[in-house]
Write a protein that binds this ligand. Structure first.
Ligand SMILES: [Fe+2]
Ligand SMILES: [Fe+2]
Length: 368
């Protein structure tokens, strides 16, 4: 079914146009790649997978509880509104909230695809262009998968959140070639990755778990790429240039923390905006979720060398400063392991089923 028939409300415009700024760059040096980057490019090629085959799309999803979300995790939980809701209303709310969240993942993946393609175009070195070309393909596959999940299993989509769109626009309009990395690879993907991880590790529903685990396996490469490229480049920048990047990060982090909370879902349930914001602000679960959203960004910006006083202070204010000490390499290695383990378990279960079928066929043969 056409997506425009599934949107809760029509997107502002059917095609969003962001005028290009900056140069397309060619490199005529074909034999001078950095080993680590070329190794990542090789890995990107080796680890391509097809969502149409790897994901078990026959698994059923209850659109009224797609993720098995506990009551306490709903932002309305414990409010006077919640007390008035019937079970049917609550199911409807779960459906809308999951739709909103996965729709932002979907639009974010399209954004990641466009940014990765922009990097192919604008980055000066060929090794980075090669790598980013594989990432462009990864992001296309992710957008395809989230789109399919929403169309086939939920049947409802939300337009892109205004603030996510604003950050994406700022990222793309900037002519400095490192900005798509910083805005997309570090900020937007960092947030997305943390959100994917929280759902992957808490949902008991097999289909969304598969989707998130496999997508995260690819994202581990993307983060590695952003870190490698920016760490090298930021060593050469002046203090003033670094501060500009830090300001961008600070602003982006506040914006995403305060404005990406699904308030539009509550508005759809007839709750006035100011009240909806208050509910989201008061929800203990959401407060924890918002903090955890920074678990991937903070160690990453520290690692690439954006760790000036103002940025540190901003993270202290947000209560996420300590996250700078978490081990990104370990988190990424775990993301890859979880996907591989899930494959192994599924493979073992299929193998068992196959053996049982063969046994049954043999027994049936014996009887005859
Ligand atoms: Fe992605
Ligand atoms: Fe990505």
């Amino acid at each position: 079914m056409a997506t425009h028939e599934l949107y809760t409300r029509a997107p502002d415009e059917p095609n969003w146009q962001v005028p290009s700024a900056g140069s397309a760059r060619f490199s005529w040096e074909y034999d001078d790649g950095r080993d680590r980057l070329l190794a990542l490019y090789q890995k990107g090629k080796d680890k391509q997978w097809d969502g149409a085959k790897r994901i078990d799309w026959d698994l059923e999803v209850d659109p009224y509880d797609p993720l098995g979300t506990p009551d306490e995790a709903m932002s309305l939980y414990g409010t006077p509104h919640w007390a008035k809701m019937t079970d049917k209303d609550k199911g409807e709310l779960r459906k809308h909230y999951t739709s909103w969240q996965f729709s932002q993942f979907l639009h974010g993946e399209q954004g990641a695809m466009v940014c990765a393609a922009r990097i192919v175009e604008s980055v000066p070195d060929l090794d980075a262009k090669f790598y980013s070309a594989t990432q462009t393909m990864d992001e296309a596959r992710h957008a395809e998968i989230y789109g399919r999940f929403l169309h086939e299993k939920i049947g409802l989509l939300y337009p892109i959140n205004d603030n996510l769109q604003a950050l994406l626009g700022d990222t793309l309009r900037d002519s400095r070639w490192d900005m798509p990395y910083l805005g997309m690879q570090v900020l937007i993907e960092g947030l997305a990755l943390a959100a994917f991880g929280m759902i992957r590790d808490t949902t008991d529903k097999p289909l969304p778990k598969q989707i998130l685990a496999y997508v995260m396996q690819d994202e581990a490469r993307h983060v590695a790429f952003g870190r490698m490229a920016l760490r090298d480049y930021y060593k050469q920048l002046t203090d003033a240039e670094l501060r500009e990047r830090e300001e961008f990060v600070i602003e982006g982090c506040y914006l995403m923390r305060d404005r990406l909370r699904g308030v539009e879902v509550l508005e759809d349930f007839g709750i006035p905006k100011a009240q909806a914001e208050e509910y989201s602000e008061q929800s203990e679960y959401l407060a924890l979720f918002r903090q955890l959203l920074f678990s991937r960004i903070v160690p990453c910006v520290k690692d690439i060398g954006l760790w000036g006083k103002r940025l540190q202070q901003a993270y202290v204010d947000m209560g996420v400063f300590e996250m700078g000490n978490s081990n990104l390499d370990l988190l990424m290695a775990q993301d890859e392991e979880i996907a591989e383990k899930l494959d192994a378990e599924r493979f073992a279960a299929e193998e068992q089923e196959r053996v049982a079928e063969v046994d049954a066929a043999i027994r049936a043969g014996d009887v005859q």
